[in-house]
Design a protein around this ligand. Sequence first.
Ligand SMILES: Nc1ncnc2c1ncn2[C@@H]1O[C@H](COP(=O)(O)OP(=O)(O)O)[C@@H](O)[C@H]1O
Ligand SMILES: [Mg+2]
Length: 328
Amino acid sequence: MNAPLLEVRDLRVGFQTDHGLLVAVDEVDLTLERGKMLGLVGESGCGKSVTARAIMRLLEQPSGQVLKGEVKLEGRDLLPLPLEAMRKVRGKEIAMIFQEPMTALNPVHRVGKQIVENLLLHEELTPAAALKRALELMEWVGIPAPDQRIHDYPHQLSGGMRQRVMIAMALSCNPKILIADEPTTALDVTVQAQILELIKRLQKETGMAAILITHDLAVVAETCDDLAVMYAGRLVERGTVESIFRSPYHPYTKGLLECLPKLDHPPKTMLPIIPGMVPGLRDLPIGCRFAARCPNAHGDEVLATRQPWKDCGGGHGVEACACFASKL
Ligand SMILES: Nc1ncnc2c1ncn2[C@@H]1O[C@H](COP(=O)(O)OP(=O)(O)O)[C@@H](O)[C@H]1O
Ligand SMILES: [Mg+2]
């Protein structure tokens, strides 16, 4: 059997709120192949983090629920696993890093102690061996003078160094998959580039696969092999980065691409933006969710009917809204 490394099928995630059940992720399909980097993009609020948390089974409790679907790791559905088995998957098979490492690090413990304890939790090592491994890991992720930094508290490190510590902890047990949720969004631009380069280098060295969540398509262009575009809780387009950058079909994907800075962009003029906002979860149309912001003309039909998924070949597929489907 040659199952993909990770396969998300028909995933629907909802939150129980004062306004009833709100569906944040609706029938999303993703495939992550071995050794590849998948970019998951979309504006803020499109459901990227909720998708990642559902994969890790770290949804906010008790309000967050997977309503249907499958999350298959090498063919095995993770959703029905007992909590104990899922705990083993987290860390050992799939690790996750977040936008703000300060929230994941304990401010009152030295970073060295945190890396060591994380190692002792997952692997059978003596404390001395764990300390040695912690120093090696810090060196591996490019932390200078690890023998000194290991005594620092998180607040004594820069944002970039803290993110390196998180990456070291995430990779300490050689996971098959790293999920990085906006890992560079809180960092300065130059540091962003360094962290992305680091993730890419580590991915190459270990052969692990990664899901890189970002609202920034420029980041995807630099680092990813495949791309999945989400809009308002749904997948609107997916394919290889090459194919989508060459010929995007969905008006939302096109809009995101047009917002990227280009070499011939006139200096000191504004970059284009997609007018309007991602709709809230309370009144989503049954049909195309992008219709209200779409530059194409469209009728009520498009809003009232779920638009069909169309495979365009080579793994490139799109939610084929009637406003452009005839051109596919
Ligand atoms: N715990 C929660 N309770 C209710 N709604 C939530 C919760 N977490 C996220 N949402 C909603 O789910 C949608 C998707 O959020 P999220 O996945 O965080 O977006 P992003 O693509 O920016 O990561 C948003 O509308 C958000 O308000
Ligand atoms: Mg998010």
